[in-house]
Design a protein around this ligand. Sequence first.
Ligand SMILES: O=C(O)CCC(=O)C(=O)O
Ligand SMILES: [Fe+2]
Length: 357
Amino acid sequence: MTVLKQPPSSKKAAPRRPPLTLSNPRMVAEHTPCTMHLSVLPPGLASKLFYSLEESSRDWQRNKWYLFDRLVESPHRTAFFVRKTDGVSDDETWHESAQYWYNGRKTDPPHVFSSEMEEACQIIERLVTEEIRQRPSRYPLEWAGGDTGSATDLLWRANVAASNRYEGRNESVGWHSDHLTYLGPYCTIASLSLGTRRLFSLRETIPSHEAEIRSAQTFNIPLPHNSLVIMHASCQERFKHSIPPQSAMDVYRPAHPRFPGGPIEPSNCRINITYRFYRPDFKPPTIPLCKCGIPTVLRPDMKNRSDGKKDKYWWTCFAGAQNDGKSCSMWKLLDVEAEGRGPTVESVTKSATSSTN
Ligand SMILES: O=C(O)CCC(=O)C(=O)O
Ligand SMILES: [Fe+2]
């Protein structure tokens, strides 16, 4: 038998760069499309939220999916929450009929935000809005609904939250960028950390046309209890993130006891809540189906991205995550205008310009 070997690539890869620890908010903002905020919630609220989720998360599920032909299980527990209203209107029934899909299967009925999650969410929405206002510019495909131009308006709302429980130093989540199926392009995600401090790692995906001139660097951000990372618009398009297993980890000593007068119980658990905004223009019934008959997922073309203005997104089949690894070949380009989605920053700017002309 003749084995045909690929000729060595004539392309030279740029030299590797060592990982860098980003130990303060200034460094995070300098090297990544994220901002880090310390002590974001009143300490009593952060403790209450940690205790309630630490308890309820003991029986959260592990996601299961096929990786090629092998069934794998997530190395952490996870749960999905919806807010009472959709963050745009007062409709309290918005999630009842919505059927979301994750990893190629219908999700279980979601939990509803607890009063502590709601209180934290309101604080975080204001903080995220302030941060968005400080950005020099916004991306054309960012969601622009709900902004009436008044200084007190919230530019970002959360209407769902995905929460993870990591127990001990080995529980983790591998390198990924979040699917944009319901979030849409250039989303903003606010990620609250409670409990024991873990590293959050970020690594840029270098576009193919730049691979010879620069290489990616891994950034490690230690996230203490009650800290927030905002993954700003373009983070999911340009970077992957992970919570790596660690060789050592500090035990978390809560500032407050679980019950008044009770003991302080050390914990090796980290709870993460990612507050997200599911866009009304990316509602489940508007998601294209693949040839297997299930909703596609929306992914950015990370390797071929350029400037944030002409970047491409693909609707792709994700059936293989469940279906014994079998999927169809569906790839369909997202066309925001032709699919009738928006309002986006671009569409709002265009109509403002045409109405002043
Ligand atoms: O735990 C974290 O900080 C990250 C979680 C995450 O990446 C996710 O749920 O998509
Ligand atoms: Fe993620």
